[in-house]
Design a protein around this ligand. Structure first.
Ligand SMILES: Cc1ncc(COP(=O)(O)O)c(C=O)c1O
Length: 382
């Protein structure tokens, strides 16, 4: 048996012995991924989704059971579960509940911050390219929007961002997406720390750590060590990625208690639900599921690397569950051709129009992607 076969068989054997998994295996998927708690990574129309950086394994079996259990409370407002989750998160990070707040995905946390910090002419400084939500949420507000290209490492160019703050000589907002979407690259945490250390509180740092749990690199760590010391740092995290809950909508922010109180003025009441909070509570300490997700991600990434190497297409080192890789030819044609083959592979991220951001599915799904891109090469398309 080859290494991949061994890994798969080993994983299945281990999981099949648990009660939850054997109940789930009643709905065995055709690919043999008996422990998957979700449908295979398909849209309702059958399209394979390799475009939204989701976890192809679905939610953990424990979270699934917790959701079913929590349905009994669907007639009740979710305050008590939210409170429990906030306490658990605070304890996990050695913070107090006042340092933690929830959102319908981390995107809501980002939105609240953008709204709360808005002021006429205030610089909002972001990398280019980066995740689009913060730039999107600023549109109704009179920010002065500043983009700074990533540096040669595809890290945030913190020196240039810092210059922009200093040039403006006024309170500023800086968005650091670490790891960065769509490049999958990291900005060394020591550099982020150095800037936060030096900065006055009039520079506000929004640090987006949506992919934090996927990073395995000694130069990377969380910025959360700052949040109880400084009022000008917000760290955002999500259950959408490693915990496979993108459809349940739950994320959180970690910040100084004064900052949390200020941003919560912009929160809608009860935007997280009984079900999302129950699933989050069941997932938080599920190390087995996290390990399985990481292993699946590594195996999928290896298939993509091998294929891109074979086709001599470059790619950026990925610290996430997606890979930014070179294509040859027109990006829109490339995306449309994959669509014709029933695979959704991404969207353009200007100015990197010679690259496609490919989200990682399961290993088998990436083999399907690999066969398809090889067939494109045979036709001279990429
Ligand atoms: C960098 C980054 N931040 C935040 C989000 C928002 O995720 P959610 O609202 O599902 O937590 C995403 C989603 O793709 C992302 O890539």
């Amino acid at each position: 048996m080859d290494r991949r076969g061994f890994l798969k068989a080993g994983t299945f054997a281990g999981i099949a012995s648990t009660g939850a998994a054997s109940r789930l295996s009643a709905a065995a998927s055709p690919s043999g991924l008996e422990w998957l708690s979700s449908r295979p990574n398909l849209r309702a129309d059958g399209t394979l989704r390799l475009s939204a950086n989701e976890n192809p394994l679905g939610i953990s079996p424990g979270a699934r059971e917790a959701v079913i259990e929590a349905i009994t409370d669907a007639n009740r407002y979710p305050g008590f579960r939210q409170k429990e989750l906030i306490s658990r998160l605070a304890a996990r990070y050695d913070l107090r509940p006042e340092n933690v707040y929830l959102g319908a995905g981390s995107t809501e946390i980002l939105q609240m911050a953008v709204q709360a910090l808005a002021a006429s002419g205030r610089p909002l400084i972001v990398a280019e390219p980066t995740f689009e939500d913060v730039p999107g949420y600023r549109r109704p507000f009179p920010y002065r929007f500043v983009t700074v290209p990533l540096d040669f490492r595809y890290a945030h160019d913190l020196e240039r961002m810092r210059d922009e703050v200093e040039k403006s000589n006024r309170p500023s907002v800086v968005y650091i997406c670490n790891p960065n979407n769509p490049t999958g690259s990291i900005t060394p945490s020591a550099e982020v720390d150095a800037w936060i250390h030096d900065a006055p509180e009039s520079v506000f740092f929004i640090i987006d750590e949506a992919y934090y749990e996927l990073v395995d690199d000694a130069s990377y760590w969380s910025a959360l060590g700052w949040v109880d010391r400084r009022r000008n740092v917000l760290v955002t995290r999500t259950f959408s990625k490693i915990f496979g809950m993108a459809g349940l909508r739950i994320g959180y922010g970690l910040a100084h208690e004064d900052t949390v109180a200020r941003f919560k003025e912009f929160q809608s009441n009860n935007s997280t639900t009984q079900l999302s909070a129950a699933a989050a509570l069941a997932s938080l300490d599920d190390e087995e599921f996290v390990a399985r997700s990481l292993e699946s991600n590594r195996a999928a990434r290896a298939v993509v690397h091998q294929t891109l190497d074979e086709l001599r297409l470059g790619y950026l080192p990925s610290h996430t569950n997606f890979i930014m890789h070179e294509i040859q030819g027109d990006l829109r044609d490339y995306i449309a051709r994959f669509r014709e083959q029933g695979i959704s592979v991404g969207r353009p991220f200007p100015p990197m129009l010679g690259y496609n951001r490919l989200s990682l599915g399961t290993e088998d799904e990436m083999e399907r992607w690999a066969e398809t891109i090889r067939s494109f090469r045979a036709r001279g398309w990429t």
